[in-house]
Design a protein around this ligand. Structure first.
Ligand code: BGP
Length: 461
């Protein structure tokens, strides 16, 4: 039996924009995704956009019952900024405010610890339209006001706050790789967006503690060490730079209170350093997170770039490193992602050795599978592959905890199959199956299994 420490939390994560959906008259404003879908639906898998999510706005009561039915002792979701402030600032949408209160009260009444994230890639569109979104310092102020409003309104119900989910993702995909709106290709803007996001996060930490000094607030980062292809100095350098961009750019300021000097030097060499005020750096220094959320799906393996860049090509991270597909790696055949369970142990060691062993929660881990209906037997999806996936990662997490990792819980992505940004419903991750046509929910084999794991606080090895 693999037994976790007393009080270890079990559950799942999701987000407002991926579950709630749009309902006529709900008063929600458009966010980047709503707007982008209205302009370029062809960018979205099978033309499925953010209004067709799993209907949580209407089904929240029965969905919360399913949290208990699948053994949740902790649950993470996010508030949609554009549901509270339809234009990002100014007028409040009271029906949105009331909706979250009802939901949070119900979750708490079930004895489930509640983690609430303030931002999951979902900037109110008005702020993008008006002032270029996160490129503009004014968005930092609007976010701070929104965050403060949430702390004051829901502070009695929320166990842990989260400032941002995976803040590097909108930087990479929105400003380098043409993957998220506003799909610019502009390194200067990317750096500014990253800096403003960090500043907003630190200001939210400050506001949270001002509203309630005892409140806990953290940030969720998609972390993995960067594994070099080889010990060749060029590969090692590539891995170091990849880690600076992908992990340390938010990890260091959030946990240690400052940017790594090597990252600053590199940005300087590229003439990319944004304008910063001394007072802002002081805010980042003083207002560090109380805990970390770690999302882990696959390792980052990198190699030195093979080619010199075209002299006129825009600057991209791949000027410094390129992804490396390690021969013989274990693969999730349904998603094309590598499976490397030991990554969890390595992350735990990294946090222990370099980040003061700060308290953390594994806030996302899971297996996306395409065409899951083919695994249905006797009416239930027999997702043994998902159970194996989770067991493999939990073994490594358990080993890490035994070696001193300060991890307090394991949250899967996700409880009910949900809408996945550009992938629509292609990859299903849920403990619970969603029938998109009928909206019917049905617990998968993994959901039943997960409940016993939570009840026993462990599983048979
Ligand atoms: C994480 C995001 C989630 C979720 C998940 C699954 O990075 O925080 O919002 O979408 O990835 O990935 P995907 O949706 O691409 O399959």
């Amino acid at each position: 039996m693999i037994q976790f420490p007393d009080g270890f939390a079990w559950g799942s994560s999701t987000s407002g924009p991926q579950t709630e959906g749009r309902v006529q008259g709900d008063g929600k404003g458009d966010n980047l995704w709503d707007y982008w879908f209205s302009q370029e639906p062809n960018r979205f898998h099978e033309g499925i956009g953010p209004e067709q999510t799993s209907g949580f706005y209407e089904n929240w009561e029965s969905d919360i019952e399913l949290l208990s039915a699948t053994g949740h002792s902790m649950f993470r979701t996010s508030i949609q900024w554009s549901r509270i402030f339809p234009l990002g600032e100014g007028e409040v949408n009271q029906s949105g405010v009331d909706f979250y209160r009802r939901v949070f009260e119900r979750i708490k009444s079930k004895g489930i610890q509640l983690l609430v994230n303030l931002y999951h890639f979902d900037l109110p569109f008005a702020l993008q339209e008006k002032g270029d979104g996160w490129e503009n310092r004014a968005t930092v102020e609007a976010y701070e006001a929104y965050a403060r409003f949430c702390f004051e309104t829901y502070g009695d119900l929320v166990d842990r706050w989260i400032t941002f989910n995976e803040p590097i993702v909108p930087v990479e995909f929105g400003y380098f790789y043409d993957g998220h709106y506003p799909h610019k290709v502009d390194a200067q803007a990317a750096v500014r967006v990253a800096y403003h996001t960090q500043l907003a996060s630190s200001l939210a930490v400050k506001a949270c503690h001002e509203v309630n000094p005892a409140a806990k607030i953290g940030i969720v980062l998609n972390l993995t060490p960067a594994y070099p292809r080889s010990q060749h100095p060029a590969d090692l350098k590539a891995a170091r730079i990849a880690e600076l961009f992908q992990a340390k750019s938010f990890l260091d300021p959030s946990v240690l209170g400052g940017y790594p000097p090597e990252l600053i030097q590199l940005l300087k060499e590229q003439e990319l350093l944004p304008a910063v005020a001394a007072a802002e750096l002081q805010t980042i220094k003083e207002h560090r997170v109380d805990f970390l959320g770690v999302n882990y799906y696959q390792p980052l393996r990198v190699a030195a770039p093979r080619y010199l860049p075209h002299p006129e090509a825009p600057l991209m991270p791949d000027r410094f490193y390129e992804p490396y597909a390690m021969p013989g790696r274990k693969i999730n055949p349904h998603r094309g992602w590598e499976i490397y369970e030991q990554g969890i142990y390595d992350i735990a060691e990294m946090i222990k050795q370099h980040y003061g062993n700060i308290e953390w929660i594994l806030t996302e881990n899971g297996m996306g599978v395409e065409g899951e209906e083919r695994f249905r037997q006797d009416g239930v999806i027999q997702d043994d592959y998902r159970i194996d996936f989770v067991k493999g990662h939990l073994r490594e997490l358990h080993r890490a905890i035994q070696d001193g990792a300060n991890c307090k819980g394991y949250l899967m992505w996700t409880f009910i199959d949900c809408w996945s940004w550009l992938n629509g419903y292609k990859n299903r991750y849920g403990l619970i199956e969603l029938n998109l046509q009928t909206q019917e929910r049905k617990i998968k084999k993994s959901g039943h299994w997960f409940k016993t794991v939570s009840q026993q606080n462990g599983f048979d090895a």
